[in-house]
Design a protein around this ligand. Structure first.
Ligand code: TRP
Ligand code: ZN
Length: 878
């Protein structure tokens, strides 16, 4: 980095001096030389008396000409820099015509206009539009767009942009054109165009008011057989948003385009979503059950943005969670309604607790509404998305579904067509319900994960029970106390919920009730309890906090079997496993023999024996916490010991329950035979069956390896194939090599399946994995310019394969640094994701700290570092 990059502060926010009412764009599309003509109609706003200079953003552009009200400006009439075009003298109202030249083919950053699979596409969030033409590239400048595309007819028969197709026609020299107009004013980040050779499927949706909407999904023609699930998901999402939020779609057409080269999951461009093909393409032979679920969720997420993001958008990028947190909450609830609510909640909390808590404990910690950034791309984070969703979930919980809906109706009506802040969102919920959320707002402005330390006393004589709750935020000492909704229940000896009556109340509530934690320390005394209860705390994970309480192993086992709250039944098992496993890591350090208590294994046995349990929930209940999650309970983190312990636990469980696992595996395999179906019952069945297989494969037993290999060969769906390939890839046996080779031969023409093949090898626990990963970077299947490939191979190794990545000598680190420095000049959004593997360096032992710090310093010293990587590295070292 030659110069220290500049920090942007929320407190510096100023509205613009000018507004842009309309933009007329014209693209003459050529791979290496695209000419963009832009006509802006600009008006001075009333906030300044004079006409200040007009400053437009622009990067990597070749300026060909600028004219103001039809008169070409000479180069003395404007100032051009690497990042801007400034015109010092402008009238109050004028038309500006700008011509720029860009090179889509050279665009490896995948932001702005670029090529994917030979087709043109765009990605403008957050600040990609400025790589297309000069413009006020910020979300509070909303304009009406018309877009004309001109391209070679044979190579790019399909020409798409936002809104409705207005006209199209032929030109000489085999070129053709199309003109699109979007009636809704929008910020630059929602602009999109696509030009390419694409096939499509089409469907219709009739909205609640009876309007007909055309739905189209565009893919490369060989993928046309993998679009049906995405289309069904879209229709479900459209109906759900009408039913639950009263939100109707507003254009006559909704288009989705799948591309193979994409930095993130998908993008909600108005009327023209562009998707990473990973979140569109599925057929049973190529996609797993969880791929199917992810597609449904992401399709819905982008569709929901049409209201939460597009109709009501963000004033500035500090408000990102306004659209993302809210939209994630909406897609989570949609998926809960479409699939299994209990399992969905467990999955979402797992992601939050493992990855967002980690971020909140790192040097990159920031509030849901950050106060400053160097590079906004670095703030598309788990905190903004997942914790932001938890904050909205708490609001939903505090208000109740009906009042929450009143609040969102007020929000959408009041701010339709505006660019607003998280404050406007909270205010709308407040105003619609006459409640006071002042303390609650701290969730948007304070970083860190609050911790609740809870102790209990039972007074036998008084038959009263007191919970003492203390809150604090480790690492964020200046935080004021949060308002934390703590949902709890108290169980009697039979495992029944006891009636809850706080002191001073005349009646009891049966089941769950919510305690409102608002102070640093608070007592809650329950009365009329005839026996000492077992507390069930933070039911349903009612707030994104950590709870510390001295429950005994017996109590956790009891909750695991009896809690009426699905989530807490699962969580009791997780917390018990965490306790056992952190103790085992200690035993490893002390060279003590490892063993697992009978009670724990018996609990697993009981779950497996119980045919009446929901199979998907049972699967979650007998899954051990991940190595990443376990690491968050240890300081220093010892990734090698954690891996050893987790493996020991799985082997021990498998040995002790071998016959039962075999029985359940074979029974479910029989039951599930036949045609592949993607309904909840079938998905749950496969999940439990395959979990049994993965435990059994811990035994290194020849017969089991054989039946695993048979499942690999004989299955008619990717879920069962992957479930067999994964444990094989972790086992040193002949079937391993045969399966991996067979899989590649079969699927080498399906990029998304090849990604699975790369990831499975990068995640292998066998020795020599790093060497294999290095070899794979040279394989024809790998492409360092493709984000999905980099994530599948390098991301998986650095973020998931802890024991090998953190191998003592530091060779895993040296490899990653090398990759980061190669990728950074091409695509800084991807290199910065990889650097995240280093941010927690201070949580490791002194030897690893030294090695990790060296890597960060080496990166910091590299010439021409991107702003993205610079920000993460400097904050990590600082
Ligand atoms: N808004 C997108 C979403 O729904 C996120 C996104 C897609 C994005 N592509 C991006 C963000 C590129 C930054 C850069 O979550
Ligand atoms: Zn989003």
């Amino acid at each position: 980095m030659q110069q220290t990059p500049k920090t942007t502060y929320l407190s510096d926010y100023q509205p613009t001096d000018y507004r842009v009412d309309s933009i007329d764009l014209h693209f003459d599309l050529h791979e290496t030389k695209t000419i963009v003509k832009s006509k802006l109609s600009i008006q001075k706003l009333d906030n300044s008396p004079k006409t200040p200079p007009l400053k437009l953003n622009g990067e990597e552009l070749l300026l060909k000409s600028v004219s103001l009200n039809g008169k070409q400006l000479s180069s003395t009439q404007y100032a051009l820099s690497d990042e801007s075009l400034i015109i010092p003298e402008v009238p109050e109202s004028f038309e500006l015509a700008i011509e720029t030249e860009i090179n889509p083919k050279a665009n490896t950053a995948l932001t702005g206009l670029y090529l994917s699979g030979g087709n043109f596409c765009t990605q403008c969030e957050a600040q990609g539009f400025r790589r297309i033409t000069y413009m006020l590239d910020r979300p509070d400048v909303m304009a009406r767009y018309t877009t004309t595309l001109v391209a070679d007819k044979a190579q790019y028969p399909v020409l798409l942009a936002n809104g409705h197709l207005r006209e199209s026609g032929e030109l000489g020299a085999n070129r053709h054109w199309a003109k699109w107009a979007d009636p809704f004013p929008k910020p630059t980040y929602l602009f999109a165009l696509v030009a390419g050779d694409l096939a499509r499927i089409e469907d219709q949706f009739i909205t609640q008011s009876g309007r007909q909407v055309t739905l189209q999904i565009y893919v490369q023609s060989h993928n046309i057989d993998k679009c049906q699930h995405a289309m069904q998901s879209l229709k479900k999402a459209m109906r759900w948003d009408e039913d639950v939020y009263g939100r109707e779609y507003d254009l006559d057409i909704y288009m989705i385009v799948a591309v193979d080269d994409f930095n993130m999951g998908a993008m909600e461009n108005k009327g023209l979503n562009i998707f990473n093909s990973e979140y569109v393409l599925a057929k049973p032979e190529t996609a797993t059950d969880s791929d199917y679920e992810d597609i449904e969720g992401v399709i819905a997420h982008e569709y929901f943005h049409n209201w939460s993001g597009n109709r009501v958008t963000c004033r500035d990028w500090f408000q990102l969670s306004l659209k993302e947190g809210f939209t994630v909450f909406r897609d989570q609830e949609f998926s809960a309604d479409m699939t299994s609510r209990g399992v969905k909640r467990i999955q979402d909390v797992n992601i939050l607790r493992t990855h967002q808590f980690r971020e909140d404990a790192s040097p990159m910690a920031h509030p849901v509404r950050p106060e400053s950034y160097i590079e906004i791309d670095n703030f598309y984070t788990l905190t903004v998305y997942e914790k932001g969703a938890e904050v909205v979930r708490m609001l939903h919980h505090l208000l109740g579904a009906e009042n929450f809906r009143k609040g969102t109706d007020c929000y959408f009506e009041r701010h339709d067509g505006q660019a607003v802040t998280t404050e406007h969102f909270v205010k709308a919920l407040e105003d619609a319900n006459q409640i006071d959320l002042s303390q609650f707002r701290l969730w948007y402005s304070q970083a860190g994960t609050p911790e609740l330390e809870i102790s209990r006393t039972y007074n036998e004589a008084a038959k009263s029970y007191t919970l003492t709750v203390k809150q604090s935020t480790p690492g964020q000492d200046q935080n004021k106390p949060f308002h934390i909704p703590l949902a709890i229940g108290l169980l009697d000896k039979q495992g029944q919920d006891m009636p809850l009556q706080l002191q001073g109340e005349s009646a009891a509530i049966k089941g769950t009730r919510v305690l409102h934690i608002r102070a640093a320390a608070q007592d809650f005394t329950f009365q009329n309890l005839n026996e000492q209860p077992i507390p069930s705390l933070l039911r349903g994970f009612s707030a994104p906090v950590k709870v510390k309480m001295d429950l005994s192993d017996e109590e956790r086992c009891f909750l695991m079997m009896h809690d009426s709250d699905d989530f807490n039944r699962w969580d009791a098992g997780q917390q018990l496993a965490v306790k056992i496993m952190t103790q085992l890591v200690e035993d490893v350090h002390q060279n003590r023999a490892l063993q697992v208590a009978d009670a724990f294994i018996e609990a697993y046995q009981e779950i497996l024996n119980n045919d009446t349990l929901d199979k998907a929930l049972a699967t979650q209940a007998i899954s051990l916490p991940s190595e990443s999650y376990l690491g968050s309970f240890m300081e220093p983190i010892d990734p090698v010991a954690i891996h050893q312990v987790r493996r020991f636990m799985r082997q021990t469980i498998a040995q002790r329950l071998r016959d039962l696992f075999l029985k359940v595996y074979h029974r479910l395999a029989d039951e599930g035979r036949g045609e592949y179906r993607i309904d909840q019952t079938s998905i749950s069945l496969r999940s439990l069956k395959n979990l049994c297989l993965s435990y059994l494969m811990e035994l290194n037993d020849e017969d089991i390896i054989k039946s695993c290999y048979r499942q690999f060969l004989d299955s008619n769906n990717m879920t069962d194939v992957m479930a067999a390939l994964q444990p094989l890839a972790n086992t040193d046996c002949a079937e391993r090599e045969a399966a991996l080779a067979h899989f590649y031969q079969q699927w080498k023409h399906e990029p998304l399946v090849v990604d699975k093949w790369l990831a499975i090898q990068a995640n292998s626990r066998l020795p020599g994995t790093l060497d294999q990963v290095k070899r794979l970077t040279q394989h024809e299947a790998f492409d360092i310019k493709n984000p999905n490939k980099v994530r599948a191979l390098i991301g998986a190794f650095a973020h998931n394969n802890h024991a090998q990545f953190h191998e003592n000598s530091g060779i895993g680190y040296a490899f990653l640094t090398d990759m980061i420095l190669q990728i950074d000049p091409m695509n800084s959004q991807i290199s910065s994701c990889l650097v995240e593997a280093y941010t927690l360096w201070r949580k490791y032992d002194v030897q690893r700290q030294a090695l990790l710090k060296q890597q960060l310093e080496k990166i910091a010293d590299a010439p021409r570092l991107s702003k993205n990587v610079y920000e993460i590295v400097s904050k990590s070292l600082g």
